[in-house]
Design a protein around this ligand. Structure first.
Ligand SMILES: [Zn+2]
Length: 244
């Protein structure tokens, strides 16, 4: 199984995170979902929501409002929009503002993850994000005094340092030989997956990850730690906001 193939669709965003416009052939089509030969729409996963955008064909516009992942990757059209017939060549555009905000947010969450592990030894148990806002759950029995401010300062220092964020694909055995990958890959990559996509904030955080990220930490902007909530039994939820 190739890492960038989902059913019949080649996922272009995994190797080109800046791609917004592309051309594709419609392989399957109904109001419930459209399957394209190739797609740069991030379909959701790892806490990052699906992209929005449009398909243009024969002077018609189909708005895309989400995705459904099964044996095939189905792009979900807006209710009531006409859908292109099978065989149509469509011009597709990913909504740039939303995707770019989600890339900054996702990378911001990885910076946070790297900082709380490096400085406090905390393991992340979950996370979720929307445009420029995110939460991360982690294992921390006691919140040390000044924790919120210290985490925020450390995250922003990593942003100012403008660390590179590299994406690479490694053979399974090689990927899982990286100690950080074992730490963070709590949802084990299925056995059938031979190639593992790695997102590496060089010198800070390395994860097996299918999400889309900015190219260096400075592009994230500024991280504010808005809130720390107790989720009981040593678990905390940290909420962040991203601004320019
Ligand atoms: Zn991630």
């Amino acid at each position: 199984m190739t890492y960038d193939l989902h059913g019949r669709t080649q996922r272009l965003e995994l190797s080109d995170q800046d791609l917004r416009d592309f051309e594709a052939v419609v392989l399957e089509s109904s109001p419930e979902g459209i399957v394209l030969s190739r797609s740069a729409f991030y379909p959701g996963g790892g806490g990052q929501p699906a992209d929005h955008g449009v398909l243009l064909w024969q002077g018609v516009e189909t708005r895309i409002v989400g995705a459904r992942k099964g044996d095939d990757l189905h792009l979900i059209p807006a209710e009531g929009d006409p859908v292109p017939p099978v065989g149509t060549v469509v011009e597709a555009a990913v909504a740039d503002e939303r995707r770019s905000a989600l890339m900054r947010t996702h990378s911001g969450l990885h910076v946070l993850c790297g900082v709380v592990f490096r400085d406090y030894g905390c393991l992340v148990t979950g996370g979720n994000m929307d445009e420029l806002t995110a939460r991360m759950d982690f294992n921390l029995p006691e919140v040390p005094p000044g924790f919120k401010e210290a985490v925020e300062d450390a995250c922003n220092a990593e942003i100012v340092a403008d660390r590179r964020i590299d994406v690479r694909v490694l053979p399974r055995a090689e990927a899982f030989a990286i100690p950080d990958i074992i730490r963070t890959a709590t949802n084990l990559v299925p056995e059938t997956v031979q190639d593992v996509r790695i997102v590496d904030i060089v010198g800070l955080d390395t994860q097996a990850d299918g999400g889309t990220h900015v190219a260096s930490t400075k592009q994230i902007g500024h991280i504010k730690v808005a809130k720390i909530e107790s989720k009981g039994r040593g678990f905390r939820r940290l909420r962040i906001q991203i601004s320019s």
